[in-house]
Design a protein around this ligand. Structure first.
Ligand code: ARG
Length: 468
């Protein structure tokens, strides 16, 4: 048990207490960020004359050595340390002696952990943004390929009106675009440096917080030391954004699962992204999509856990806040895995155009257009709605689609129908005459595709600032 704070204690910590309290098993994950933060702190201390330049250089090379040795596997972050901060400081002192004891001047683990977690979250927001960007690129490619792939659009999971696959996928493009915009916002709002807040009330050393913030690529220092050590809003925002990403992935997964059924056969998931059954030899299951859907709950759980952990906390730091780590790490790992797998699955999936088109033709998806035809010939819409309702009933009795009826049959329902009805209710008209911006008509879809391409080129994946 290696502790930084034994001085005022007369007894050893109970073993169970030690284990319960320790965080190194999970916070060792941000050793890079911890060392990066310490290096910036030491540079600032020397600039302010709090450390001599010689001391700074010895500490910096000691920290560099620790970083290199952890990276190359020569140094293990052992569980005999309470947390990653203790590990780095104790190892530094062990390696360079007395100068190492100056590292923690003007700093508390409270502002240190606030910084580490922020640096970590900031790096991960960038990685997550890159993964959503990759998904958007695949979506954009598929949309370009499928501006003429007609399929039924649904409401209540009942066939509603014909659309195109590009239009359907475009809905997800919008969702994931908003997810990236949320990442941009979160990054900007979180990008203030808490280091220098001390335990809660700042410090009497003449720290230059602007300088530390700049070294670490932050927009500036935070402005209240109590808030600096106890703010976890940025993690709650991140978990909320991740929950929304998962909700989108889960909806999309649900659709793919439905489209992949034997009944629909709109798509076929690639063999490399499907699994089989141990008993039923014929089976090819959409496990990846199901797992993505299933893991969504776990990310929502992280959000609710952290909101709940924070809700009763008095200012400033409380140990409850250590609970932010495992759940945030788990949520980030989960979402990264889901995004990578989902993108691979989508990228390799086959779309059965003829099945989609046939499904659109079969479900009276052109009934609205038939009613609009009557309206264009002077029938009030409410009457037209009633007439087409009767026409659909008639078609169902005959086992025919609207366009399969003869003009005579059509006229038996309404004398307003003429030969041009057939053109008016063709799939091509239903889709391509829908030209309001955002609709499936090819001409407007092409405008949207151009706008999407422009947006993607203007929004490259976020990169974390201040990497040394
Ligand atoms: N492991 C702690 C955490 O994650 C580090 C901060 C410890 N501070 C303290 N006063 N015990 O929150």
């Amino acid at each position: 048990m290696a502790q930084l704070w034994g001085g005022r204690f007369t007894k050893e910590t109970d073993r169970l207490v030690y284990d319960f309290n320790a965080s190194v098993s999970f916070d060792k994950r941000f050793y890079r960020q911890d060392i990066r933060g310490s290096m910036a702190h030491v540079r600032m201390l020397a600039k302010q004359g709090i450390l001599a330049e010689g001391e700074r250089d010895v500490i910096l090379s000691g920290l560099e050595g620790i970083l290199a040795d952890v990276e190359n596997g020569r140094l293990e972050i052992g569980e005999q340390f309470e947390d990653i901060h203790s590990f780095v400081e104790a190892t530094l002192i062990d390696r360079i002696g007395d100068p190492g004891k100056m590292l923690h001047t003007g700093r508390s683990r409270n502002d240190q952990v606030a910084l580490d977690m922020k640096l970590y979250a900031r790096d991960e927001v960038c990685a997550l943004d890159g993964l959503v960007e990759k998904l958007l690129v695949v979506l954009e490619r598929l949309m370009e390929e499928h501006t003429e792939t007609v399929m039924p659009g649904f409401t209540h999971l009942q066939k509603a009106q014909p659309i195109t696959l590009a239009h359907h996928l475009g809905a997800y493009f919008e969702m994931f675009k908003r997810d990236r915009q949320r990442f941009f916002d979160i990054y900007e709002r979180m990008n203030f440096c808490p280091l220098g807040a001390g335990a809660l009330a700042g410090t009497t050393y003449p720290l230059d917080r602007e300088y530390t913030a700049k070294l670490l690529g932050f927009a500036g220092p935070t402005l209240n030391s109590m808030d600096s050590v106890s703010d976890r809003d940025y993690l709650i925002e991140l978990l909320s954004a991740l929950s929304t990403v998962m909700m989108h992935l889960s909806r999309f997964s649900e659709e793919i699962i439905i489209w992949n059924t034997n009944e629909y056969q709109f798509v076929e998931i690639d063999d490399a992204f499907s699994t089989g059954s141990s008993i039923m030899p014929q089976k090819k299951n959409p496990d990846i999509a199901e797992l993505v859907r299933g893991k969504t709950g776990r990310v929502y759980g992280a959000l609710i856990s952290l909101l709940t952990a924070m809700k009763g906390l008095p200012l400033a730091y409380n140990k409850d806040m250590q609970e932010d780590k495992e759940l945030t790490f788990d949520a980030i790992d989960t979402v990264k895995g889901c995004l990578a797998l989902f993108t691979g699955m989508l990228d390799t999936m086959k779309f059965h155009k003829s099945r989609m088109a046939e499904s659109a033709r079969k479900g009276f998806t052109n009934a609205t257009d038939a009613a609009d035809y009557l309206v264009n010939h002077g029938v009030p819409f409410r009457d037209a709605h009633g007439i087409i309702g009767r026409l659909v009933l008639f078609c169902m009795e005959q086992g025919k689609a609207i366009e399969e009826l003869s003009l005579e049959e059509l006229k038996s329902v309404s004398p307003v129908f003429e030969e041009d009805l057939y053109e008016a209710v063709s799939m091509d008209t239903c889709v391509n005459k829908r030209l309001t911006l955002g609709a499936p008509g090819k001409r407007v879809m092409e405008q949207v595709l151009a706008a999407n391409r422009k947006w993607l080129s203007e929004h490259p994946a976020l990169t974390a600032a201040g990497k040394e």
